[in-house]
Design a protein around this ligand. Structure first.
Ligand SMILES: Cc1ncc(COP(=O)(O)O)c(C=O)c1O
Ligand SMILES: N[C@@H](CCCC[NH3+])C(=O)O
Length: 447
């Protein structure tokens, strides 16, 4: 077992990141550890870039969320948002920790089933489900489909009737509440593509009760992602509670409210969304409705469980301003900084690097895009060629959003469980990049 001696580093960012990430520690000899595993050992054996997930963190966070709901006296089904991390190992761990799944495609549905998540614990959300995906959901007998438009209601009714099936349906309502998060991940304001306009919801609920193949059971709402304060949740759930009352007054039964996901985490110093506070809001706004409650968290469960390991290819001097630290990971691996200007903590893997006095640097990848930037003018220990770093909080919306842009093979994935680790997806081979490309004989030119 490695020596867990904590020592002082002069870099306040390093100290703060270690303080806010309880699964990470800096060991004098072994460097940065994720749970009981030195990350250098993984990088030595597997190479970089490489995603590493902590099984323990997934389990602990699922338990924390369940306890928060229970302590508030709520019985809530939790559906892990598969879009945040769809690795079979992750799905299997969260399933064993008591979660079902929220899926947005046929592919996610099949992966959730492959990971052992029972169909009865799967809900299907999304603005555009194809007929084939709806048929799959009906064949599998999943718990519920969250319908997002009048058009989808008609299509689903047609598909279900043609199969002689009936399915529980919740209407996803757009409550026109601003989640005060990044504009690209806000989903609950009027004008977003998501959900049924609030004022149309009751009419469509009535329509759903008249259409064959559908059993309208309630409402769903999801207002966005990385939400840190409770006001938007309170406003959205308050509106849904009102809708439930009005629907019942109209003589239509409502038995389900799906409260969506969106709870945020602490990437930098913003503090994390509190499951206890969320439970409190759900109880105060929806607790007396006598409905079955559900939530769909993704990021809050998975993001802090993962890091992305990378190596410094080179350090590029500039005449003015911060030097460029060019990593072997890039935007094709982790897209969030490029897409949302998202801030991710970066820590050196070596204890030796971690104790150096910090400098300002720009951390970038080698992809041919100026947007391929992980951090601008970031205070970091001076990282030299060959140094390794961990980019933090990449367990959600990390590997799932990777691509092979610039013909860069998908990075390896590793699972840490206590003081053991194993590869859960080998690095993609370069040959795999063209394995499915068809080059007809006439097109082939001998090199
Ligand atoms: C319908 C739905 N549910 C759940 C989630 C999960 O969100 P988060 O990862 O922020 O918890 C999303 C993504 O924003 C979503 O679109
Ligand atoms: N992919 C986004 C969040 C979108 C969530 C899905 N609706 C992120 O990385 O933060």
């Amino acid at each position: 077992m490695a020596d867990q001696t904590v020592f002082t580093t002069p870099d306040p960012t390093v100290r703060e990141l270690l303080a806010t990430h309880s699964n990470l520690s800096l060991d004098v000899r072994s460097g940065l550890m994720l749970d009981g595993v030195p990350l250098q050992a993984i990088a030595d054996e597997i190479g970089t870039p490489c995603w590493v997930m902590s099984a323990d963190t997934l389990r602990k966070r699922a338990a924390k969320l369940h306890n928060a709901m229970k302590s508030a006296g709520l019985s809530v089904s939790t559906h892990f948002a598969v879009k945040s991390n769809d690795h079979l190992a992750v799905l299997s761990i969260v399933s064993q920790a008591g979660m079902g799944a929220d899926v947005v495609s046929g592919g996610e549905l099949i992966k959730a089933r492959k990971a052992g998540i029972p169909a009865s614990r799967i809900v299907f959300s999304g603005v555009g489900k194809t007929d084939a995906e709806l048929r799959l959901a009906l064949q599998e007998g999943i718990a519920q489909i969250n319908v997002e438009s009048a058009e989808e209601l008609e299509i689903l009714s047609g598909v279900a009737s043609s199969m002689g099936r009936e399915i529980d349906v919740a209407l996803r309502v757009n409550p026109d509440v601003d989640a005060k998060t990044h504009a690209k991940i806000t989903t609950g304001v009027a004008g977003n593509k998501f959900g049924i306009p609030y004022d149309e919801a009751l009419g469509l609920y009535r329509l759903a009760s008249e259409l064959s193949g559908l059993r309208p059971v309630g409402y769903a709402v999801h207002i966005g992602s990385q939400i840190l304060t409770m006001e938007p949740y309170r406003a959205a759930y308050g509106r849904i509670a009102e809708l439930v009352r009005v629907t019942r007054q109209a003589g239509l039964p409502v038995t389900v409210v799906d409260c969506g996901g969106g709870l945020g985490i602490c990437y930098r110093d913003e503090g994390e969304g509190s499951p206890e506070a969320l439970a409190g809001v759900i109880r105060s706004e929806l607790g007396d409705l006598d409905v079955h409650l559900a939530i769909e968290p993704g990021r809050w469960i998975a993001a802090p469980a993962g890091v992305l390991l990378a190596s410094v290819i080179l350090r590029k001097k500039v005449t003015e301003g911060s030097p460029f630290i060019i990593l072997d990971a890039a935007m094709n691996d982790l897209l969030r900084p490029s897409l949302y200007e998202a801030w991710h903590g970066i820590l050196p893997l070596s204890a030796h690097d971690a104790v150096l006095a910090p400098e300002e640097a720009c951390v970038v990848g080698p992809v041919c895009e100026t947007g391929d930037t992980f951090a601008q003018d970031r205070s970091l220990p001076p990282l030299q060629r060959g140094a390794r770093v961990a980019i933090l909080d990449t367990g959600a919306y990390g590997a799932v959003m990777s691509s092979t842009y610039n013909a860069r093979p998908l990075a390896a994935e590793v699972l840490v469980d206590g003081d053991r680790w194993s590869v859960i997806r080998p690095r993609q081979k370069v040959e795999d990049l063209w394995a499915n490309e068809i080059l007809s004989e006439g097109m082939r030119v001998e090199a």
